[in-house]
Design a protein around this ligand. Structure first.
Ligand SMILES: Cc1cc2nc3c(=O)[nH]c(=O)nc-3n(C[C@H](O)[C@H](O)[C@H](O)COP(=O)(O)OP(=O)(O)OC[C@H]3O[C@@H](n4cnc5c(N)ncnc54)[C@H](O)[C@@H]3O)c2cc1C
Length: 412
């Protein structure tokens, strides 16, 4: 079974996808099949160079801007095609979680000013990556308590200082969406070019999702121009964060489920091959049950993630709730499937260069990245106690008033 075989039964449920969309997905699957990824045991720099190259190659083939509106140079395909592309990427390698789409660069699409948006969209369309710097040492689950702060500087500029931690894509991102307190103490977000002065990073070795560099990002009076570089209006940081992750989390979930489905296929093939060559007389019931049950649970969680994407695309108020609990549930489902399936092929799946061992470590890392699970369920529970979920505001760019406008470009 390949990724397309897994997705094929979902076709009748996705009438918005044309046969061209399915052909594009099949091309993506075939392309990723042809690439030889460096193993998980090679140096991080080699893996990250490979991942960036894949992203650029796919961007050249239009996969970065698949769902971007035509007015902004994209193919304007339904958001669900992005989720399916990410399922296919995950099937091959969970480190390909940034291989298609705008990634965190999507933050710039709706909520940045036109000039900044267009400049970054062109870079993203060429394969550049934008990272997100939100988490701080006091705890990523409490973004509202961040201490990274902007101070007022001459000519209307803001200078941002603070420390972000557990941040991914440190050495590979062309820019950062940084969350900080503006001079009035409100949580705001801005795009900062990775080449801007005042940025410094320090790598930490992660136990999973090690393809991209990861660690601490320090900002020492990094300049932003509040007239142009803000994402949303001053003080809209929490709404920006929430709106972005309502759309981003189901994509992450689909990637995770793709990784587990790829493990499922590998294990099923290995067991069938062992029977074929006479290594096993037959496949035992415990293995058959594990294959059947996990096929059902992975497919069910994938359907939930596609429904979340559709809710987000329709501007439905429940998309945020579904994205939070769906990410936690989908990644846990993927991890528990791999935990159960990988041992069925024995120690061969536990070597340092095994894709099964890698998928397990990557999925474990994804329980933290993009939202830690108990916090996501807890906030989901809180939402469910109210009569109806809170509307996620659509954030638009609203620069600071003109008397504060900066005269110097700071992050181009
Ligand atoms: C591989 C990876 C990639 C990442 N990439 C990025 C990135 O690119 N950018 C970025 O900004 N961040 C990134 N992160 C960070 C991630 O978003 C955070 O790990 C996550 O938000 C949780 O924050 P934390 O680790 O600080 O844990 P905490 O927020 O400290 O939470 C730890 C535990 O404490 C619990 N807790 C919280 N409050 C209380 C309380 N009052 N009492 C008791 N328990 C409490 C939480 O529920 C949780 O169980 C990444 C993390 C990983 C592992």
């Amino acid at each position: 079974m390949n990724a397309m075989d897994w997705l094929e039964p979902l076709r009748p449920l996705l009438p918005d996808l044309a046969s061209d969309d399915w052909a594009r997905l099949a091309r993506l699957d075939a392309l990723l099949d042809q690439l030889t990824a460096p193993g998980p045991d090679v140096a991080q720099a080699v893996r990250s160079a490979y991942l960036l190259q894949v992203r650029q190659q796919l961007a050249g083939a239009g996969y970065a801007t698949l769902t971007v509106p035509a007015a902004h140079g994209g193919a304007a395909r339904p958001a669900v095609s992005q989720a399916l592309s990410q399922f296919v990427c995950g099937w091959h390698d969970l480190d390909l979680r940034d291989a298609t789409g705008l990634g965190h660069g999507a933050l710039l699409l709706g909520a940045a000013g036109a000039a900044v948006r267009d400049r970054w969209l062109a870079r993203l369309a060429a394969g550049d990556l934008v990272g997100i710097a939100a988490t701080e040492r006091h705890g990523g689950s409490r973004i509202q308590e961040i201490t990274t702060r902007a101070t007022l500087a001459p000519r209307g500029r803001w200078l941002i200082s603070g420390e972000k931690t557990w941040v991914s894509r440190l050495g590979e991102s062309a820019g950062w969406v940084v969350f900080f307190r503006d001079p009035d103490g409100r949580v705001s977000a801005a795009i900062i070019d990775a080449a801007a002065p005042g940025l410094q990073w320090e790598a930490i070795q992660p136990a999973g999702l090690a393809g991209w560099s990861w660690g601490v990002l320090r900002l020492h009076q990094a300049p932003v121009n509040p007239g142009t570089d803000l994402i949303g209006s001053p003080g809209a940081g929490l709404a920006v964060f929430r709106e972005h992750f309502a759309r981003f989390r189901p994509l992450v979930t689909a990637t995770a489920l793709g990784a587990a489905a790829g493990v499922h296929a590998t294990v099923a093939e290995a067991l069938a091959a062992r029977v074929r060559v006479g290594m096993l007389p037959r496949v035992r019931d415990n293995a058959l049950i594990a294959l059947g049950r996990n096929y059902a649970s992975l497919t069910a969680a994938l359907l939930a993630s596609l429904a979340t994407v559709a809710l987000g695309g329709a501007g439905d108020v429940r998309a945020d709730l579904w994205a939070r609990v769906g990410k936690a549930y989908g990644v846990e489902t993927a991890l528990s499937a791999v935990d159960e399936l990988a041992p069925l092929v024995g120690a061969a799946g536990f070597t340092a260069d095994s894709p099964l061992a890698k998928a397990r470590a990557d999925l474990a890392a994804l329980r933290y990245a993009d939202g830690i699970h108990d916090s996501l369920y807890r906030s989901g529970g809180k939402t469910l106690l109210t009569d109806r979920p809170e509307q996620v505001t659509t954030v638009t760019h609203l620069p600071v008033p003109s008397e504060q406008d900066a005269v110097l470009p700071t992050s181009a």
